[in-house]
Ligand binder design. Sequence first.
Ligand SMILES: Nc1ncnc2c1ncn2[C@@H]1O[C@H](COP(=O)(O)OP(=O)(O)OP(=O)(O)O)[C@@H](O)[C@H]1O
Ligand SMILES: [Mg+2]
Length: 347
Amino acid sequence: MSAPTPVLEVEDLRVRLRTPRGPADVVNGLSYSVGPGETVAVVGESGSGKSVSVLALLGLLPRGVATVTGRALLQGEDLLTMPPERLRQVRGPGAGMVFQDPMTSLNPVLTIGRQLVEGLRAHSDMDKAAARRRAAELLGEVGLPDPDGALDRYPHELSGGMRQRVIIAIALSNSPALLIADEATTALDVTVQAQIIDLVEKLQADHGTGVIWITHDLGVVAGIADRVLVMYGGRCVEDGTVDDVLEHPAHPYTRGLLGALPDLAQPAVDGVVPDLATVPGTPPAPTDLPPGCVFWPRCPVRGDARCETEQPPLVQIGPSSGALPHRAATWCTETSALGTESSGEAR
Ligand SMILES: Nc1ncnc2c1ncn2[C@@H]1O[C@H](COP(=O)(O)OP(=O)(O)OP(=O)(O)O)[C@@H](O)[C@H]1O
Ligand SMILES: [Mg+2]
């Protein structure tokens, strides 16, 4: 049986931003796909390009500042060359997004109810009363107390966690083909977080929604992801099934994040790593990326001159536990000895 058509196929995505310090290459050749019902977790420390890479997909980076190239097929249509009016139609039923900063996603002068009802009616033939009932139902599903009362309140009348749940309700309201969640549940307590994750999983089961979940919470990654993409310096340095990446991390950076490299980070306590570990040192500035391995300046196991001067391709690094290859971009000998070239392939 052939693999189902991906919901999203990203090929060689690159984002360059104009900054006062010159051009900043913040996303440098990302290629990945999200299948129907699949969850891809994106991890990496602050500034690695996670948010910019998904904002670029939906045309949400400031115009005149960002240059985006590559391809991003959402159900076969390229988001990167889509006319703006088509992109507006696609946001919602095609792709829903929960932003990292909830205040920027809600209109402060409109009630919660109006924002939800407008979103629901723009993409369906629901009348106002039906949309209002559905809006209250959605707020209940994301665990908001008194959903009917919340419909008539303004964003500033809600707590940060409540606003975040409203944004999640809006993103889920049109049962999107693709859901992008950027630290969507980070600010919520664990019970609400579990409730939201259940809701997303139900959406995936009912509608085959593909999910990109950006998080630093490894418990969430282990619990919900089918595959993991590790970003560093705007590149994918490792990807594969969640089992391959979490249990057999190959890139020294991934091993640092997972606390699996004792020299680099603190080891896990009783095998449980609830959050990404801290890797000593600072990430490279996107205006000044190193010519070789992007992790070289911080790498505790770096090898010969090649690490410093030659960029390692993203290659398959050995047998995989699932249908997906396990790939890493490193010259680290333990892994590259097993390597077979697969860089730049569309998947
Ligand atoms: N509008 C902008 N103008 C200039 N530089 C920007 C802009 N937005 C992001 N950047 C830069 O792009 C890089 C990637 O930022 P991004 O927000 O994608 O990081 P991130 O991986 O999402 O980090 P975090 O975990 O902190 O959310 C950073 O170096 C950031 O400073
Ligand atoms: Mg971010």
